[in-house]
Design a protein around this ligand. Structure first.
Ligand code: ATP
Ligand code: MG
Length: 750
């Protein structure tokens, strides 16, 4: 049979053919990169900075580069130093490298700054006066140690709380400052100059204990590098390649450590490749300095800079929304992001407007369930919150809907230490026989009743066959226990009695608040100056808030017991992930829920109080990080009111919602609920203070409130009614200006 058409060999070569051809000629792993990414992988020699937006493949480039160096026989595995931001990221990178190589590799210098330093320090411990088997102590130990030392310096623990001092020491360590390095300039910032002596004594004591704290891991290594050029030279010889992810979030000491390792004799440097995104710098509160990324070219002259602009993660709509928000920041290098596949715009960004935080949680759970029924997996859904306490109602809504979930980078709400403490207090009141609960809190806050005393009490109680509380009461009334400890324990048992009476008279919510207040437990956290303390207080307030959902304390405690039980049996891998926006850095999910976009929560009240733009811009970068975690769908939510304690506090939508380009957004407000919804009912436009958002409002009835009426609001203080539209009032507050507030939320002074 005759052959029709032109013979094969004169067929025109198309673009498609060329593409296939080059893919055939390049190794498989390089074929999966675009031109700029490929260049970044193949530019193995000399300093390299990859500056690129979210989802452009920075981490993929670093991983591929690692594998490429090995496959090209440019170095042995142990000659590459790779720094990641979290241990989780390190594990993932290791897996991906193994996947490219087709086998697993051991002995990699791949991990977080702290993990890498710990490994180095074990080898050179002697140079700092430590033994190689030194222990790394945790925060509790640090505080205990500091207190002992402070006592020796006659420092008032009230005026200078140990946790505050610890923070100060950590700040110094983050700046690579040893006690002797602290100059007058640093000193002037201190209220009490004895703190430097405490720092010095603390370091000395740690050495005596053959221990170091987290900050020391880096501090010791930088000190060793500075004073022992021979040691540094060993590492110079070893590490031919250095790779750093999330470079925008390195702090001073991390930066110094990297520079010491990378810079060589003369103007030489290691083959250092850093990747970062100035728009994702979200750790300045921990001393991270965005300047490090901007300084790269100066530090490493002749550096190659590569920009990646194609985003492979998110839909064009998600990208445009993220760009629309970050555009409002002034302090940025400015980058454009283009979606890789521009044909499908993708889903709209959904903005859910909800009456309150419980409804927000319920709606998220319902939405997740619906998406699951439509074929999405739970493992590809994440809920990213600004503050840890936000997870509580969401966790409960998920539990109620039987949706499996995990909390990443933190504990589930009821597993957190402060929540367990508070629950122990409640149990001890509810159930005086509950020795386990009582033991947990008998010396919390410190009442001078340590382990030895507790053991004695235990055996006494066991001998009499009575509960700890009963036994203690008898010992106290018979004056067999005396002194300061006795006084504070009498106070504690008194408080319990008092709270039981309050419970009968005023209900369990008021009683719980009274219990945590009078026992000194809340005060303990207020006095704590550590970074976590405000979050813990928020969690405790959230717990009290949760109590209001139950008719009695007993019902609440039973609920807790069941919740904890449900936790332990859940082995399912297909789970929704809950975490803070900070913890979500570098991760991606098909569907991302972003609840709590309200002024005062996100952006945080602290960033608003600070004034100026610095803190606010960091919040905006967080919003950018949050949105760019989503591949297919981003669902933002805000609630018109949140419950703090048992009272409602109204909140206005975040400015970040207003910054979203309108044409990308689909606003969804739930149908009106029946009046059984209570005080907060969704009768009117409860979006409150931004009329532009009030599109779902129904015509308002004429107002009952006269213009000029003086009012008082729990958060905004005194003001006067300017306009009234039904129950929706425009109020001019003395200190906060004009705001739309629902009549329910203010007290009328006339
Ligand atoms: P972030 O700033 O959030 O850390 P990133 O720049 O590190 O993001 P990656 O996580 O490396 O981005 O990549 C984002 C997603 O895009 C990943 O799922 C990755 O596998 C995919 N990806 C990256 N480059 C390509 C490419 N050339 N072709 C297809 N997919 C890619
Ligand atoms: Mg990344």
């Amino acid at each position: 049979m005759a052959i029709k058409g032109p013979p094969q060999y004169i067929r025109l070569v198309t673009d498609h053919d060329l593409h296939t051809l080059s893919a055939l000629l390049t190794p498989d792993y390089l074929a999966r990169l675009n031109a700029e990414q490929k260049q970044a992988v193949e530019t193995t020699e000399g300093p390299l900075l990859i500056l690129a937006g979210a989802g452009t493949g920075k981490t993929r480039v670093l991983t591929t580069r690692f594998a490429h160096i090995l496959l090209q026989n440019l170095a042995w595995p142990e000659q590459i130093l790779a720094v990641t931001f979290t241990n989780k990221a390190a594990r993932e990178m290791k897996e991906r490298i193994s996947a490219i190589l087709g086998h697993s590799v051991e002995g990699l210098w791949l991990g977080t700054f702290h993990a890498l330093c710990a490994r180095m320090l074990r080898r050179h411990a002697g140079l700092t006066g430590l033994e190689p088997n030194f222990t790394i102590i945790d925060t509790d130990d640090q505080i205990r140690l500091l207190k002992q030392i402070m006592a020796g310096y006659n420092l008032d623990l009230k005026r200078t709380p140990p946790a505050q001092l610890l923070n100060q020491i950590q700040n110094w360590k983050d700046k690579a400052l040893l006690p002797q390095d602290i100059t007058a300039a640093h000193e002037s910032a201190l209220e009490d100059k004895r703190t430097i002596s405490v720092y010095e004594a603390y370091q000395k004591r740690l050495l005596e204990l053959n221990a170091c704290d987290f900050g020391d891991l880096m501090l010791h290594m930088v000190t060793i590098f500075r004073h022992h050029p021979d040691v540094l030279a060993q590492y110079h010889k070893r590490f031919r390649y250095i790779l750093v992810d999330e470079y925008q979030d390195t702090n001073t000491i991390q930066y110094l450590w990297l520079r010491l390792l990378a810079k060589r004799e003369g103007n030489q440097s290691a083959n250092i490749a850093c990747v970062g995104d100035d728009d994702q710098s979200i750790y300045s509160w921990r001393g991270a300095d965005i300047g490090n990324i901007l300084r790269f070219e100066k530090d490493f002259p002749g550096a190659t800079i590569i920009r990646l602009e194609r985003n492979y993660r998110s839909t064009p709509r998600i990208l445009a929304a993220a760009a629309g928000i970050i555009r409002h920041n002034e302090e940025r290098l400015g980058k454009t992001l283009q979606a890789a596949d521009t044909e499908e715009p993708g889903d709209y960004i959904e903005v859910l407007s909800l009456p309150d935080s419980d409804e927000e949680a319920r709606t998220i759970a319902q939405r997740a369930q619906k998406l699951h029924q439509e074929g999405e997996t739970y493992a590809e859904m994440a809920v990213l919150v600004r503050a840890g306490f936000q997870t509580r109602p969401i966790e409960e809504a998920l539990l109620r809907a039987n949706i499996p979930y995990q909390v990443i980078g933190g504990l589930r709400f009821y597993e957190r230490a402060e929540i367990r403490d508070a629950i122990a207090y409640l149990r001890a009141v509810q159930q005086p026989q509950d020795d386990l609960a009582f033991e947990r809190i008998i010396n919390l806050p410190k009442r001078g009743f340590g382990t030895v005393a507790l053991n004695k009490l235990r055996s006494e109680a066991a001998g009499q066959g009575r509960s700890l509380q009963e036994t203690l009461k008898t010992l106290l009334t018979e004056k067999k226990l005396k002194g300061k400890a006795a006084d504070s324990l009498i106070d504690l048992l008194d408080t319990f009695d008092h709270v039981r009476v309050t419970m009968d008279k005023e209900g369990h919510v008021v009683a719980a608040e009274q219990l945590l207040e009078r026992s000194g437990y809340l005060q303990m956290w207020r006095d704590d100056r550590s970074v976590e303390a405000p979050g813990r207080l928020d969690n405790l307030h959230e717990l009290i808030r949760a109590l209001a959902d139950f008719p009695t304390l007993e019902a609440f405690l039973e609920h807790i017991a069941l919740v904890m039980e449900a936790d332990s049996v859940d082995q399912n891998k297909d789970r929704v992930s809950l975490m803070t926006l900070h913890a979500a850095k570098g991760l991606e999910f098909d569907i991302v829920f972003l609840p709590g976009w309200e002024e005062g929560l996100f952006p945080s009240q602290r960033s608003l109080d600070e004034g100026g733009n610095t803190a606010l811009e960091e919040e905006r970068r967080l919003a950018y990080v949050g949105l760019t975690r989503a591949r297919k769908k981003a669902i933002i939510a805000h609630a018109a009111s949140r419950r703090i304690y048992a009272t409602w506090q109204d909140s206005i939508p975040s400015r970040f919602i207003d910054e979203l380009p309108e044409d990308l957004v689909k606003r969804i407000a739930p149908a009106r609920r029946s009046s059984s919804f209570g005080k907060n009912s969704w009768q009117r436009d409860t979006f409150g203070q931004r009329p532009a958002l009030g599109k779902t409002a129904s015509p308002a009835p004429p107002s009952r409130f006269a213009i000029g009426t003086p009012v008082k609001h729990p958060r905004f203080g005194n003001g006067v009614v300017l306009e009234a539209d039904g129950d929706s009032l425009l109020i001019n507050f003395e200190n906060h200006g004009a705001k739309n507030i629902l009549a329910d939320f203010v007290e009328f002074l006339k």
